[in-house]
Ligand binder design. Structure first.
Ligand SMILES: [Zn+2]
Length: 176
C-alpha cells in the first residue's frame, strides 16, 4: 500500500493494463470509446473510481479475478438499467453494495435517486452526470438494451498496427 493513493502495486499494474486497452479503444472508436468499453474489461478502472457504495456509503469489497460482475457483497450496477435500454459500458456502470443493487432493481435512475438520503442522492446524481455528460432525466428508455461486444481480436494488436488498420474511428457516435 502506498500512503498517497491507498493502491497496491498490483492494482496499479492492473490499472495500467486497462489504460492500454482504453488507448486502443480510442483509436478504434475515437472520442466515443467510453460507450464501447464494456465493464468486465475495465473492472479495476471502475473500482479505482471509488471504494464506497455511491448509494449508501458502505465500504466495498475489492473485486476478485475471474468475476465479471459481482464479488462478495460488491455488485456492478448499470445506472440506467439494461432492461430500460441502458448501455453496457463503463460510462453507465458503478460498483455498489449488494443491498443497494437489489433495492434498485429495474427502477429508473431518476426514481432511484428519490429513494436515497439527500446526501447520497446528490452524490449519485453528480457521479451520473460526470460519467454520462448529461443529467439522468435526459436518458431515453428503449426496449432494446445496449449490450456491446468488445473487439477482442483487434485489441491483441499493438497501437501502431491499430492506427494503420483504423486510420479514423469506425463510428461517428454512440451505439444505438
Ligand atoms: Zn449501498
Amino acid at each position: 500500500m502506498t500512503a498517497a493513493t491507498g493502491r497496491t502495486a498490483a492494482l496499479e499494474a492492473l490499472l495500467q493494463a486497462e489504460q492500454g486497452k482504453a488507448r486502443k479503444l480510442e483509436i478504434i472508436f475515437g472520442v466515443w470509446w467510453r460507450h464501447y468499453a464494456v465493464p468486465y474489461e475495465f473492472r479495476w478502472t471502475l473500482f479505482a473510481e471509488r471504494q464506497h457504495c455511491p448509494y449508501c456509503g458502505a465500504l466495498l469489497e475489492s473485486p476478485a479475478d475471474g468475476s465479471d460482475t459481482a464479488f462478495g457483497d460488491t455488485h456492478l450496477d448499470h445506472m440506467d438499467a439494461l432492461s430500460l435500454g441502458g448501455e453496457d459500458s463503463i460510462r453507465n456502470t458503478v460498483y455498489v453494495c449488494a443491498p443497494c443493487n437489489m433495492a434498485k432493481g429495474r427502477r429508473s435512475f431518476v426514481d432511484w435517486l428519490r429513494q436515497l438520503s439527500p446526501e447520497h442522492s446528490a452524490l449519485a446524481r453528480k457521479i451520473y452526470i460526470d460519467k454520462h455528460g448529461h443529467p439522468p432525466e435526459e436518458f431515453t428508455r428503449s426496449a432494446k438494451s445496449q449490450r456491446l461486444t468488445l473487439p477482442r481480436i483487434e485489441l491483441q494488436y499493438n497501437e501502431a498496427v491499430l492506427r494503420h488498420l483504423f486510420p479514423k474511428p469506425i463510428v461517428d457516435g454512440p451505439p444505438g
